[in-house]
Design a protein around this ligand. Structure first.
Ligand code: S3P
Length: 451
């Protein structure tokens, strides 16, 4: 099974994928729950908070600022297929302006969401200076997208060369802004909405196309004066917030790997319960259905202001599709999976309007094209996406599929192996710990390798 350190061989599935997997909690919603709980005037109990490196980075950063948190019931434990007990993470809210002078630097590891959202809260704290830094990958990612608008709001925030971590935020006055975002980024939108809580006049943010709205939903639930009209969100300054106890739904971005695997591996039928199906996140389901996928959304209900459902996926024949920029904000983290689906589809799959993929945890266009070519897929990069000439599936072989330290690339490589004819070795598989530490276990469970 194992290759060298950090390398794992994923062998071709001998039959279809079957069974039920409860995917881990939503990463985006977990980050927001921790941050909004931190600035609430009460203790908040978060059920099913994601226990993975990125979200633990948020709890750690908050702790450095004096916000205590603890795990009350044990973390997720799996007794049998599909069975999971949720842990409870308790965050001791300190109120809107209750952060302490930081005990040191806020090390946010690999977490872009922590680094981009937190300054929106830090800028409103009483007279403290906060320094945020991250790992090598995070230091390469653009931070000017939050630095520039926050500076326009009067925030004293500095970045290396004006655009990279480390960031230094000095709390002080915050002014309102009417801001049109150049890219559809939920992280930028969220940072500005958080800063709007502390501003002296309203903050208006307009997104060029729909991107995830978890911040808006949770701030509204916590009593913020926030209103959404089309692509524009307006938030008024807040006096206090009170987030109720909540449960985090499963992460559709984690479920996405199994969804695509079940689509392309013949004879598959899987069920993914408790998956968040917020319409700002379901772009992949829409695209796969357009490709001919057999996906049904069952038992839809609401939990803590977010739509949740069971997602059932059966294998089916796929055809190529063209994906444009209008939908990319609803599917940005799942777009690389379309290279895999596209390899099995009849005709070309053309993904455009996705230049943002170049500035994720790795350059997900360059890395994807390099890796997919190594495993025998006919794929080419374009300026803002990629084109797959499909129909031949995935060969696999001895070449190593590199994660580039990127959790989603590692999981993609594993799925590619299962769907391949000769297996795929994934190098740097341990990166999955960023969002889905038990990904390998759940994958074996669905492929019958674990009873
Ligand atoms: C996220 C938003 C997206 C996404 C990231 C998480 C969030 O990034 O890619 O994984 O939690 O707000 P952008 O907002 O930069 O598009």
């Amino acid at each position: 099974m194992a290759g060298g350190s950090g390398s794992l061989l994923f062998e071709p599935a001998t039959s279809g994928l079957h069974g039920t997997v409860v995917v881990p909690a939503d990463k985006s919603i977990s980050h927001r729950a921790a941050m909004i709980a931190a600035i609430s005037g009460r203790t908040v109990r978060i059920k099913n908070f994601l226990q993975a490196a990125d979200t633990l980075s948020t709890l750690h950063a908050l702790r450095v600022c004096g916000v205590e948190s603890r795990q009350e019931a044990g973390p997720e434990s799996r007794q049998e297929a599909g069975e999971q007990t949720h842990g409870i993470t308790v965050v001791e809210g300190v109120g809107l302006r209750g952060f302490h002078r930081p005990k040191g630097m806020l090390d946010v590891g690999n977490s872009g969401t922590t680094m981009r959202l937190l300054p929106g809260i830090l800028c409103g704290q009483d007279d403290h200076t906060f320094k945020l830094d991250g790992d090598v990958s995070l230091r390469l990612r653009p931070m000017d997208r939050i630095v520039n608008p926050l500076r326009s709001m009067g925030v004293d925030i500095r970045a290396g060369e004006g655009r990279f971590a480390p960031l230094v935020v000095k709390a002080g006055e915050v002014h309102g802004i009417d801001y049109e975002m150049p890219v559809a980024s939920a992280q930028v939108k969220s940072a500005l909405l958080f800063a709007g809580l502390y501003a002296d006049s309203p903050v208006r943010v307009t997104e060029p196309s729909v991107c995830r709205d978890h911040t808006e939903r949770m701030l509204a639930a916590a009593g913020a004066d926030i209103e959404k009209k089309g692509l524009t969100t307006v938030i008024n300054p807040a006096r206090d917030l009170e987030l109720g106890d909540l449960i985090i739904p499963g992460d559709i971005s984690s479920a996405a790997f199994f969804m695509v695997a079940a689509c392309v591996i013949p004879g598959s039928e899987i069920l993914l319960p408790d998956v968040g199906v917020n319409p700002t996140r379901t772009g992949l389901i829409d695209i796969l259905k357009e490709m001919g996928a057999d996906i049904s959304i069952e038992n839809e209900h609401e939990a803590a202001g977010e739509p949740v459902a069971e997602v059932r996926v059966r294998s089916s024949a796929l055809r190529g599709v063209t994906v444009g920029s209008g939908i990319s904000g609803r599917v940005i983290d799942e777009l690389p999976l379309l290279a895999l689906a596209g390899a099995f589809a009849e005709g070309d799959t053309n993904v455009g309007g996705a230049a943002e993929l170049k500035v994720k945890e790795s350059d997900r266009i360059a890395g994807l094209v390099e890796n997919m070519r190594l495993v025998g897929v006919d794929i080419e990069a374009t300026d803002d996406g990629f084109i797959v000439h499909g129909g031949a599936g995935i060969e696999g072989g001895i070449a190593r599929f590199r994660s580039f330290g990127d959790h989603r690339m590692a999981m993609l490589g594993a799925i590619a192996g299962l769907a391949s004819r000769s297996g795929v070795v994934v190098q740097g598989f341990e990166s999955v710990s960023v969002s889905y530490p038990l990904f390998g276990v759940d994958l074996r469970l669905l492929s019958g390798g674990l009873q």
